[in-house]
Design a binder for this molecule. Structure first.
Ligand SMILES: [Zn+2]
Length: 500
């Protein structure tokens, strides 16, 4: 334990962020390797809210408090101690404090007044602002014909490199506007929204008290603090862990002011928001939904070329390999109430979690020297351009959609698939009705791309039902199919099935 032991005491008297050049806040936990060969072992760790850092090769790397250490031993796990990444002073140099991020954002607005603006979408538990940058040509105007993306970082407090990565991407776009075709095209054709510090209270705490703090700073009222902001979103939210756990999902879905603000903002953009990247560290991963289960979310199939393209664009920059896939595949475990799943399933916004460098805890984990910042920015800029080009292509078509191949196909005596195609990759809503008089039910279509499918269940065999495919593009143009009348099968679906 080489770092400064007086730091905790200092932190206790510091009411606001203090810049800690030359010292790192202490962290109270221990890192252990847990064998997870038996079925359900990883699920157990996830369910109990353990702070899992890595899973693979039949073991999990878990950061534990002394109480959690006892729990694991009581459960019969044979634990092996692993060294925590050294918290040396070099791992502070080059990173911005929260106050420095605020100054950096204001400096960008001052340097590029027509192309950057700064606003706040809300406040944290401790009253800090949730700052959002907007980057676009004519930034003061809301250009409703331009597709929008959201990029955010530092949702997890200790993941310092994620914020510096995103700042590097922002600076690349701004500095090269007018001289580099791709930067100019993105700023001219899109509206980019950026939240560099999505968890300001937690981030400040990592500078003052605990470098490995992950959550926000909610006072849970029982001597414990913090909710994991990336386990607090409503889609597939589950709260089974204790309030002291690193992945505590909060007392209820969307209980946290940071998340309420983010959710309200995403909701307010409607179909104009065509994509999102949630920057984290570490692991060298490009993750898409689902997070809550090992299955791949519907619609994500069409994003295969996107995530592969991002990995391919990043690799040659510094010879880093990035693994794309759903959480279960890429990360090796699942998460309930994860931000990306809500954005994907509720708002139809394809959202990626990018786990930037390093690859492993042995390479530094969450605590890497400032020398990592520039190369990480350089490779992530290439990945970001692949994503932004994709978002532009999938969001920019302002012509009304054209529907074709509208079909209702039997699945069982009580279920059908409604399928259709559109010429417009940005379209994403479908509605169906069960009688001609019933108001059509709006169902966000999770399938981005041109082939759409929605499964309708709970139908009555032999009875007439009614459906209509509806697609709406980014500009709000709507196309509707003719009304389709169909009669699901009885005992033998193929006998009685009919489209009239
Ligand atoms: Zn994270």
């Amino acid at each position: 334990m080489k770092w400064n032991r007086t730091r905790r005491w200092l932190a206790g008297i510091a009411l606001t962020a203090i810049t800690m050049r030359g010292a790192v806040a202490e962290s109270p936990g221990r890192l252990v390797e847990v064998p997870v060969e038996w079925p359900g072992a990883v699920d157990f760790l996830v369910r109990e809210g353990f702070d899992i850092w890595e899973v693979g090769d039949g073991r999990a790397l878990v950061y534990v408090s002394s109480g959690e250490h006892e729990t694991l031993e009581r459960e019969g796990f044979k634990l092996t101690e692993r060294p925590l990444p050294p918290l040396d002073p070099k791992a502070v140099d080059g990173y911005l404090t929260f106050a420095e991020y605020e100054a950096a954002m204001q400096a960008r607005v001052a340097a590029y007044p027509g192309r950057v603006s700064l606003s706040t979408i809300g406040q944290t538990h401790e009253g800090r602002e949730l700052w959002m940058l907007k980057i676009s040509d004519n930034v003061a105007l809301d250009e409703t014909d331009e597709p929008e993306v959201l990029l955010f970082s530092l949702q997890h407090a200790r993941e310092w490199l994620s914020g510096m990565t995103l700042l590097g991407i922002v600076d690349h776009l701004l500095d090269n506007y007018g001289t580099e075709t791709r930067s100019t095209q993105i700023i001219d054709s899109m509206q980019l929204y950026v939240i560099l510090v999505a968890n300001p209270d937690g981030y400040v705490f990592t500078h003052t008290n605990d470098r490995l703090w992950r959550k926000n700073r909610r006072n849970n009222g029982n001597g414990t603090f913090g909710v994991d902001l990336n386990r607090n979103f409503p889609y597939r939210w589950a709260s089974s862990t204790s309030t002291s756990s690193a992945t505590w999902g909060g007392p209820s879905p969307l209980s946290e002011p940071e998340n309420i603000a983010l959710d309200n903002w995403v909701k307010s953009r409607g179909t104009r928001l065509v994509g999102c990247i949630n920057y984290h560290t570490y692991g060298n991963l490009i993750m898409h939904s689902w997070a809550w289960t090992t299955a791949v979310a519907p619609g994500v199939e069409t994003m295969g070329p996107l995530v592969n393209g991002m990995a391919n664009a990043m690799r040659p920059v510094h010879n880093q390999t990035f693994v794309p896939g759903s959480w279960g595949v890429a990360l090796g475990y699942t998460g309930a109430g994860v931000t990306d799943d809500t954005f994907h399933a509720v708002y139809g916004v394809p959202t990626l979690t990018l786990e930037v460098r390093p690859r492993t805890a042995a390479e530094g984990g969450f605590v890497v020297p400032g020398t990592y910042i520039l190369p990480t920015q350089q490779e992530q800029i290439e990945g970001a351009f692949v994503f932004l080009d994709w978002a532009l292509t999938h969001g920019a078509d302002p012509t009304p959609p054209v529907l074709s191949n509208v079909q209702v196909l039997p699945v069982s005596s009580s279920a059908v698939d409604i399928r259709w195609a559109t010429d417009d990759p940005a379209t994403r809503s479908v509605r169906y009705g069960r009688t001609p008089d019933t108001p059509f039910v709006a169902t966000p279509d999770r399938l981005r791309g041109q082939q759409h499918i929605v499964r309708v269940t709970g139908l009555t065999a032999g009875a007439r039902h009614y459906a209509r495919a509806v697609s709406e593009n980014l500009a709000g143009d709507i196309a509707e199919s003719d009304l389709i009348i169909f009669r699901p099968g009885g005992l033998d679906a193929s006998d009685i099935w009919a489209v009239e």
